[in-house]
Design a protein around this ligand. Structure first.
Ligand SMILES: [Zn+2]
Length: 126
């Protein structure tokens, strides 16, 4: 015999459900086990949650990235400006993407195109 953790009545050792309060004893054992492992598992779970939750500023940074990238695309008159805007787009896009904002990846791609175009223009001027 053992004591039900919910109603404290004496029940069979093999019991899965308490016959008095009908609580699930297997689930309660699993909860206790996971609490014992909490020191090991909690940091991992919280790290996964942090990486999946978007931060409040991430969408703004991704928009900055895309805007900088698009301006860089039309800044053909000055390859240097195009390069700087491309770099801005890649850096801010990376920050936004790391914070869980997928639009940041668009900024990274546009930024890379900026730099490629700017480099082609610089090369062709030499
Ligand atoms: Zn019970």
């Amino acid at each position: 015999m053992k004591e039900c953790p919910f109603c404290a009545k004496q029940i069979q050792d093999e019991a899965i459900f308490c016959k008095y309060c009908h609580n699930d004893l297997v689930a309660s054992v699993a909860t206790v086990t996971s609490q014992n492992n909490a020191v090991l598992t909690t940091p991992k779970f919280s790290a996964i949650r942090v990486s999946r939750v978007k931060t409040k500023w991430a969408p703004t940074v991704s928009i900055i990235s895309i805007v900088a990238g698009v301006i860089g695309l039309v800044a053909f008159a000055s390859p240097l400006v195009g390069n700087l805007l491309g770099l801005t787009a890649i850096i801010s896009g990376t920050i936004a993407a790391n914070a869980g904002e997928n639009k940041g990846k668009i900024g990274i791609v546009i930024g890379l195109v900026d730099i490629v175009i700017a480099l082609i223009l610089i090369m062709s001027n030499i």
